[in-house]
Design a protein around this ligand. Sequence first.
Ligand code: ARG
Length: 462
Amino acid sequence: MSKKIASARISEKSSKLLQELNNSLPFDKVLYREDIEGSRAHAYMLSEQEIISKKDYQQIEDGLVEIYREIELGEFLLDGDDEDIHMAIEGRLTDKIGDAGKRLHTARSRNDQVALDFRLYVQKNTQKIGDLLLKNISTLIRVASKNTQTLLPGMTHLQHAQPINFGYHMMAYASMFKRDYERFLSSYERNNYSPIGCAALAGTPHPINRKTTAQKLGFKAPTLNCLDTVSDRDFALEILFNISTMMMHISRLSEELILWSASEFKFIQLSDKHATGSSIMPQKKNPDIPELLRGKTGRVNGNLVALLTVMKGLPLAYNKDMQEDKEGVFDSVKTALLSLQVLNEMMDEMSINVENMEKACMVGHLSATDLADYLVKEVGIPFRDAYHITGNVVNLAEDKGVDISELRFEELQSIDERIGRDVVALLDNRASMNARQSEGGTSTIRTLEQIEQLTCWVDSKR
Ligand code: ARG
């Protein structure tokens, strides 16, 4: 039911097509909680400042609480032809309480109102995403803790490079998620300022108190400049960017899970809960879940680029283009929340094939660098020369069809007599992994140290 409550200059009823293009209610109705929360705080401030009477305030407050209840119970459906959620709720309030309802919009514009609602939504969901990130970090730590001795071929260029342990690999992703968490947190802090009271663009002649509303709504303070505030969507861009970066990390992990599930690797097995079959090939078990997580990254990137593009040419202050800010954010937030929950469950329930991981370490002469490092450290050979000697040892192993760690002492010495007997033990893959004891390195001891540090960090956030 369109009451046209904000059309003092427009006499004709809008065309159906205009309504279809213009109305945001079909999607911004998800902001009803924030809209009501914001209006309650605004009305409270108006009455504190004696801009409206206590009686009007009480009617507004009761009316808004009642409308909230109606929406939650499905009694007020938000499917009318109101232009947006702000008009729908204000219209409903006025229908219920009459003149007092018409006073709610004093010293306020939809420009600061939408900036407030949307910011509240973004702040709330930033916290939800942060909590789920912490949960995922804890799960990765748990998987890592069980696998600090599990050998895995560490790769560069997707080629076997050096032996690492699987726990260390998991901790790499945990570290990415920690940065993601910190990125969300810093956006939260940077944007924790209240837009309400900016009115259309220039403030208001009414004696409002923006500190009151800021405090009531949980913000640190009011924003500095109203012209900026009503046209600022950096907070929305930040959550989109933060989600994109996080999804890029999830996508990289997903890609590895997909590879590791393939017959060529068989390093892991996803639980049947997280795999699907093929409609034609009865033998198949497909990693659809990580594939979808990888695919969803494309759509959240699209949402980021879309809003950057919407904003890039807008003059100050509010322009209706900015109504295009919401759907992408809603979509990215929904995608992020679901992806994090699914990822957590999947990582928690996947099984690890230790034997295959360790077998794979026998391919590719993973400990070759250890021989070069030995020649430098123990014999004093310059690294570049040691590198070439090691190359010859690798060629010998290739000729014999074995891994460098399987060469006998005599065979090693046939390449360079300075190679001592102790090298044989050094070339063992587990010894190689454990030799990397530099800070942040893969040795079990250093991995455990990383696990401990990150565990303390997670605890400090809870
Ligand atoms: N539905 C609008 C939006 O989402 C609300 C703000 C409208 N402001 C205006 N001056 N028309 O952006």
